[in-house]
Design a protein around this ligand. Sequence first.
Ligand SMILES: C[S@@+](CC[C@H](N)C(=O)[O-])C[C@H]1O[C@@H](n2cnc3c(N)ncnc32)[C@H](O)[C@@H]1O
Length: 200
Amino acid sequence: MLREVLRRHGQVSGSSVLDVGSGTGALGIEAFRAGAASLTAIDLSRRSVLASWLNSRLRGIPATVRRGDLFAPVAPHRFDLVLANPPYMPATGLLPPRYRMGRCWDAGPDGRLLLDRICAGVSSVLNEDGVLLLVQSELADSQATLDRLGEAGMVPEVLARAHVPFGPVLRARAPMLRARGLLAPDQTEEELVVIEARHA
Ligand SMILES: C[S@@+](CC[C@H](N)C(=O)[O-])C[C@H]1O[C@@H](n2cnc3c(N)ncnc32)[C@H](O)[C@@H]1O
């Protein structure tokens, strides 16, 4: 969904891009294909850093890839475009998992551990006319993301919404989420939202 938005977004061409929580590097690679001038990718996971680096090099993209926590590895640099598909799945643990796949999606009891930090910190890595594009599930309260971005001096807007069938992670965790009232008893789809934000 975020890749679709990227393809038709007016501010990708010629931009400096930061892909935070880059995983395989797919979002940054899409931005580069859409005309981005430079690409920096960050991930906390060593495997993801390696995957982002390899996937960019295999496509001839001279990405800078850093390992670290959110924006820390690039401070005080600023970018024209920040891309984020962070972990946003409500989980049982209070803290983010330290290892393995759980780190890709688990984000504390309400799914907002990473989202709230991105909302609070993104203005410090965006150029004056810079744009954040972020995707998340409604399960992690997209209104809270809009509110937090506003509190951080950003002007947020929902660019796209889509209902998608539960993936394997959500299917496995559905009983726990139903018990907590985060899913309706008969719900089989989640709503995904792409949010754009700029400096006020
Ligand atoms: C849902 S995956 C998204 C991967 C990729 N951007 C995509 O869209 O396919 C979230 C990624 O965020 C990374 N991540 C989790 N916590 C992080 C943190 N504190 N700082 C940077 N990356 C983090 C995970 O390792 C994982 O690669």
